[in-house]
Design a protein around this ligand. Sequence first.
Ligand code: NI
Length: 181
Amino acid sequence: MTTRWSHPDDDALRDLLVTLDASHQVDRALLEHLTLEMMHAVVPGGGMSVAQHLAHLLGATKTWLARLAPDEAVGLPDLFDRDAALEGRADAFAAETEPARVSEVAETIHDALVRTVADAAAVWPGALPHRSITQFVTHMMVHAAHHRGQILLALKASGHPLPDEDAMWQPWKEAAGEREG
Ligand code: NI
């Protein structure tokens, strides 16, 4: 059977993992900046809170990961009230607001993603619709960047300080500089 996806060679896979790591480090810089109060910030007019953005983002990554590697994803934690959602309650999207817990879950899901991508040749494509592992990882990073922007906007609109710009983007500078190192 002919497949419509392709596997990256070793160099491309290494670059993909370096890029994914840089993206995660930017997320980490943002997460380390968050306080309990900031987790409730929303943009004027409503929408998801910072906590809800993070619960959704990490939940989405987990859901996609489950389609690629069900065994890897099965034990991953949730950041919203899963029992309430199953019962159809109105507070079903009550998101975890403790920054340390959110950071812990973000690290756990990122580690699972990295393990799965690094081993993608063995399991690809699972039940994913993506054309390649590169496209899948790009999708995860673009989604994260979208919600990162939404979170920064909610913080700014609510009068909270933003993370230090240089510290936040340093991981990308280092990732881009690795070729010369
Ligand atoms: Ni989203």
